[in-house]
Design a protein around this ligand. Structure first.
Ligand code: 3HC
Length: 710
């Protein structure tokens, strides 16, 4: 393998990294070996006065260490050794006897950024494709090529921890402002600027960098007492944010602290030791799986043989229904897919409000400097609307987001089919109505599909695409590709009530209602599930979604699946008392000035129960979790999802199922299907038949199978 090629430009060796046969550059074992030999050669070569490292990939510098090799690591010692080898190479770059400059365009992540940090001078392109970051904690590990040591030394402990602990990347301009790069230039002159920098350093000696920030920065970043304050604060924040479930951020603080307080060598040693430990955790294995699952979904068009289909992309979108959802879908489509979006509603004030709602998403990006003014103006111009179907003739895709009522949706479908070209797709954004029954009256049923967005659309990463029995493969592919262009992770799911996400969510929410109805304290229920790892508890979620919406979904699902999904009367009683949740400031919780306060104690008397303060949290957790696991297994076996991967990604991205647990199906595998079935039987014995394990789960347990083959 020759991943590196060298050209000598008047004494400056320009090393181009271009890993053969791969879309991105990554640091595999072979790459590191080859780079190591190259360093020796360049060090000894009398014709070389300085070095520039650059990538040969169009929009990628280095994507980091090869994540695939992590799954082959068998012990912490092996993983530590891998990190140490990377560190040694980075040390050799840092101590290279000749100026070593790096020219970065595209993603420069993980080990790639760490290698760049070891270089003597960093030039980056100002392209939006350029991003610098240390995403390791998102994989349950820490930067293991010296990143926990060199970044804090370069930009100060606060900025470094900010990046490392969140696993985030910065765009070029911000990275430059923070001091992560020394020069920022257009991509067209990146190479020559880097060569010039190397020549300059050859002439003038090593560069000096001024420390950024004033007296406060000096104190917090550069004194042991100041740093102690920073570590303590960071630890506190991490514990609050992760509930102690994610060990990598805390380990990162430890590595940074060791290095800054006890010296670089001690820090590097601690970094590789912790890297080894973390790489062996289930948390890391699960997070790595999620990386590969989301990467695979980026290319999965939802039907077999999609690549061979002739499918034209969606260029113009039209929305029927400019309410909250419709506006957010339009705004997100304009922002990410840069398509025209035409909004239609019953009257112009409604349309105007919708356009304003869509614009707010763009305004927000502008304010946060994610959009530049000219781009913003251009995107705003893509939004238009009317109180009739004018403009719909141009649309490739019409998304309907009107009231959840079958007759209304059918009527809209008939109108849209009259007003659009016969190639246009009709997508319905329903959460409860079967797509097949909406399509029943269609003139072009093969072009009818479900696109189930989650609220808030601009933030929620998931989209469920739901073909009905008569949807064509081309329509699926168009919808999936458009969803992806909107920035969503897309799963294709079956057309049965609740699809996938609401199907598994509903028994869990029902159980929360039953618990409240028994007098189990509201905050105990929510706390139990946030401690399990959900971002919010189920009762808070009911308040957020709206009790009216929750009750309606519960009714539909009860109708579809029978007794097993019979809800308690908690929601009906709450609704009868005029409580709709956050939206009208009255729900299970109290709201003051639009902010959620504590649980509303009057709920207990309204429901005629006394709070059962002594309910063990373990009981609450088991009931809620197993209600979801049982339904997930059942729906998976029914074929609602195509693969366990889709199911787990749907649960993590759609309802915040704890990522470190890998998803509900992964949880069943981890616990063991037989044990899950036994626990369900036990719960059914105490609480009733709704917990009876599904026949398919029992069969799976009997056969000793798992969702994921080992
Ligand atoms: N290791 C292994 N494979 C990788 C990889 C990596 N670090 N980064 C990307 N790939 C693979 C993807 O799996 C995909 O493979 P496929 O074509 O076989 O499916 C291919 O490269 C292309 O990736 P994407 O489809 O994701 O391409 P995009 O252009 O959409 O995104 C990217 C590119 C931003 C680089 C994105 O792939 C990414 O975020 N990669 C992961 C970055 C990361 O987490 N790096 C840290 C690694 S851990 C580390 O460095 C530890 C060190 O400190 C010791």
């Amino acid at each position: 393998m020759t991943a590196f090629s060298v050209e000598n430009e008047n004494g400056i060796a320009v090393v181009t990294f271009d890993l053969p046969g791969e879309p991105v550059n990554k640091l595999t074992g072979d790459v590191m070996d080859e780079f190591g030999s190259l360093l020796s050669r360049l060090g000894e070569d009398g014709m070389v006065r300085g070095v520039v490292l650059i990538s040969g990939k169009p929009d990628n510098f280095i994507a980091g260490a090869d994540i695939e090799q992590f799954s082959r690591l068998r012990s912490a010692a092996e993983a530590s050794a891998l990190s140490r080898e990377g560190q040694e190479i980075a040390d050799r770059v840092a101590g290279f006897p000749k100026p070593f400059v790096v020219a970065i365009h595209g993603a420069c992540l993980g080990g790639g950024f760490e290698l760049a940090l070891a270089c003597h001078w960093r030039v980056i392109s100002d392209s939006p494709k350029t991003q610098l970051g240390l995403p390791e904690v998102q994989l349950g590990i820490l930067p293991g090529v010296g990143g926990t040591q060199r970044l804090p030394r370069l930009v100060g402990v606060r900025a470094a921890l900010d990046m490392i602990l969140a696993g985030k990347s910065e765009r070029a301009d911000k990275a430059y402002r923070l001091g992560m790069a020394d020069e920022i230039v257009p991509e067209s002159i990146l190479r020559q600027t880097a060569i010039a920098a190397a020549e300059r350093i050859v002439r003038n000696g090593p560069p000096r960098r001024a420390h950024k920030g004033g007296a406060q920065a000096l104190f917090l970043d550069r004194t042991p007492i100041g740093r102690r304050i920073v570590y303590a604060q960071a630890e506190k924040q991490v514990r609050e944010r992760t509930g102690g479930h994610y060990p990598a951020p805390l380990a990162s603080i430890e590595a940074v602290k060791t290095g800054l307080e006890r010296g670089l060598n001690a820090g590097l040693k601690e970094e590789s030791r912790l890297f080894g430990e973390l790489a062996m955790t289930d948390v890391s294995r699960n997070l790595v799986q999620i990386f590969f699952a989301t990467t695979a979904l980026k290319k999965d068009d939802g039907v077999p043989g999609a690549a061979a289909l002739k499918v034209s992309p969606v260029r113009r979108l039209a929305m029927v229904g400019a309410g909250f959802m419709g506006a957010a879908i339009a705004g997100t489509a304009v922002l990410n897919a840069e398509v025209e979006a035409r909004l239609k509603d019953a009257d112009l004030p409604k349309v105007g409000k919708g356009i304003r709602g869509a614009r707010r998403i763009l305004d927000d990006r502008l304010k946060r400097r994610r959009l530049k003014q000219p781009k913003y103006e251009q995107l705003v111009a893509l939004l238009s609307g009317a109180a009739d179907y004018s403009g719909f003739l141009r649309a490739d895709l019409v998304i309907e987001a009107v009231f959840e009522d079958l007759d209304v949706k059918r009527r809209v479908l008939a109108e849209v089919e009259r007003e659009t070209r016969d190639t246009a797709i009709f997508a319905t954004n329903t959460s409860t109505i079967p797509i097949g029954s909406i399509a029943a009256g269609s003139a072009r049923p093969e072009q009818v599909i479900g696109m189930h967005f989650f609220s808030p659309v601009e933030k929620m990463p998931l989209l469920e695409v739901i073909p009905h029995a008569g949807t064509s493969a081309e329509t699926v592919v168009r919808a999936v590709r458009f969803g992806r262009k909107m920035g969503k992770t897309v799963i294709v799911v079956g057309d049965s009530p609740g699809f996938w996400v609401n199907r598994i969510l509903l028994p869990y929410m029902n159980e929360a209602g039953i618990l409240v109805r028994e007098g189990v304290p509201i905050d105990l229920i929510d706390r139990t599930m946030t401690e399990y790892g959900f971002p919010v508890g189920p009762v808070t979620l009911l308040d957020e979604v709206g009790l009216d919406v929750g009750a309606k979904v519960a009714k539909v699902m009860h109708g579809a699946y029978g007794d097993r999904l019979e809800p308690s009367d908690a929601l009906e009683r709450m609704l009868a008392d005029g409580r709709q949740g956050r939206k009208n400031g009255r729900g299970f919780y109290e709201y003051r000035d639009g902010k959620k306060a504590g649980p509303d104690a009057s709920v207990y008397s309204l429901l005629g129960v006394t709070p059962q303060e002594n309910t063990p949290a373990a009981t609450v957790e088991r009931r809620l979790l197993y209600a979801m696991l049982n339904e997930a297994a059942m729906a998976a076996h029914e074929g609602v999802i195509r693969t366990p991967r889709d199911g787990d990604i749907g649960a993590i991205f759609g309802i915040g199922y704890p990522a470190f647990r890998g998803g509900p199906l992964r949880t069943i595998d981890t616990l063991g299907p037989a044990r899950v079935a036994d626990t369900l039987r036990e719960l059914a014995g105490i609480y009733g038949h709704r917990f009876r394990p599904s026949a398919s789960l029992v069969a799976m347990a009997d056969r000793g199978e798992k969702f994921y083959p080992e």
